[in-house]
Design a protein around this ligand. Structure first.
Ligand code: NAD
Ligand code: DAU
Length: 348
């Protein structure tokens, strides 16, 4: 089987590629990635020589390129992760999110639809990796289920909601076999240091301020990235066509509580006096349209596919911190921009 994974040089995609290469020697895994600022092939250094792995540099917005590679490789399945993924950037430049997340997704759907359905194996499907942010914000109580109506509040979540709708519409209109998952906040190794956890780990190492938005009472449901990769593997192979599954960590934290825990663990790891890192906390202007709370009911994927998170938050956070401390060069290359010069030259 030829499996196309888009966005494989990014955070979650790199973990998915590693898992698939380890488990499925009968697949050829194609990693299609434009290597934007968020794409870093250093994330895949350990597997780049694998015989059944091929990197394709390209932009999903370029329909000509997409059609060409689909003709050339006749992908049996697509796991689509490539996206602009950062909410703050979407507030600055919404159109970039429309281009990649909406137009890019529709280009992939068109190309996949045009592969003759006779040639498809029964497992062939288009898998859209999406977010819980499409559901908007919860109040103090309640959980997002697969029945919660869409109510996106940021340009990022609006673009992901739109791409979810396009995927579903291709299922209804053209009979395209698809699955969608809507997942909560991931954390773990290789996370780009613009998102809360890796940014704050980086700033603590560098003794820089920790910018907590608003009063810090916003709540997210955190999931270790390798548990997400396990869920993606399961849904791709065993999920039902035309279904949506929510994925979450059963692990809600108010931002400020999470930041305080992170500060404590970092003080211990860095051998700094208790309370050192907390002094770096600085309350700053709130994110516009900031969603108060996300929390996932992951009951459906648990009942139907037997998935549940395996890594506790304490363990996951410790593994994440250790990874950043042991991979100082990765962090240096990312913050200096060296990673882009290196790989963009290689694949120009
Ligand atoms: P990321 O920003 O780390 O990686 C995105 C990858 O997509 C990068 O490698 C980038 O180079 C590539 N890319 C961007 N635009 C492209 C384009 N036009 N053509 C080809 N490649 C392009 O993102 P992530 O955090 O790994 O998220 C992956 C997917 O999972 C996204 O679709 C995101 O919406 C979804 N998701 C993320 C989270 C999370 O907490 N990070 C949670 C739920 C869902
Ligand atoms: O819920 C899933 C989503 O989680 C994914 O779809 C997105 O791709 C991913 O980026 C993430 O979105 P968030 O906006 O929740 O993640 P972020 O790390 O940007 O922010 C987490 C919380 O921390 C949020 O309430 C905003 C707050 N925050 C974030 C940053 C970067 C701060 O207080 N300060 C910061 O500097």
């Amino acid at each position: 089987m030829n499996i196309l994974i888009t966005g494989g040089a990014g955070f979650i995609g790199s973990h998915v590629i590693r898992r698939f290469l380890k488990r499925y020697s009968n697949y050829t895994i194609f990693n299609l990635d434009a290597l934007t600022y968020a794409g870093n092939l250093e994330n895949l250094k350990d597997i780049e020589e694998s015989k059944n792995y091929k990197f394709l540099k390209g932009d999903i917005v370029d329909a000509g390129f997409i059609n060409k590679i689909f003709e050339q490789y006749e992908f049996d399945g697509v796991i689509h992760l490539a996206a602009e993924s950062h909410v703050d950037r979407s507030i600055e430049d919404p159109l970039a999110f429309v281009r990649t997340n909406v137009i890019g997704t529709v280009n992939l759907l068109n190309a996949f639809k045009d592969i003759s359905s006779n040639d498809r194996s029964s497992k062939s499907r288009f898998y859209h990796v999406s977010t819980d942010e499409v559901y908007g914000s919860l109040g103090e109580t309640g959980l997002f289920t697969e029945e919660t109506s869409y109510d996106p509040n940021s340009p990022y979540s609006a673009s992901k909601a739109s791409s979810d709708h396009f995927v579903r519409s291709y299922g209804e209109t053209y009979g395209l076999p698809y699955v969608i998952t809507n997942c909560s906040n991931n954390y773990g190794p290789n996370h780009f240091p613009e998102k809360l956890i890796p940014l704050f780990i980086h700033n603590i190492i560098e003794n820089k301020p920790l910018p907590v938005y608003g009063d810090g009472k916003y709540t997210r449901d955190w999931l270790f990235v390798e548990d997400h990769a396990v869920a993606i593997d399961l849904v791709f192979h065993e999920g039902k066509n035309h279904e949506t599954y929510n994925i979450g960590g059963f692990n809600e934290w108010q931002n400020i509580e999470l930041v305080k825990l992170l500060c404590k663990q970092m003080d211990r790891k860095l051998g700094r006096a208790k309370g050192t890192s907390e002094k770096l906390i600085s309350y700053v202007k709130d994110r516009p349209g900031h969603d108060l709370r996300y929390a996932i009911d992951a009951g459906k994927i648990n009942r139907e596919l037997g998935w549940k998170p395996s890594v506790t938050f304490e363990e996951g956070l410790e593994r994440t911190i250790d990874w950043y401390l042991n991979n100082a060069q990765w962090l240096k290359n990312v913050t200096s921009g060296a990673y882009q010069e290196y790989y963009n030259k290689m694949y120009s």
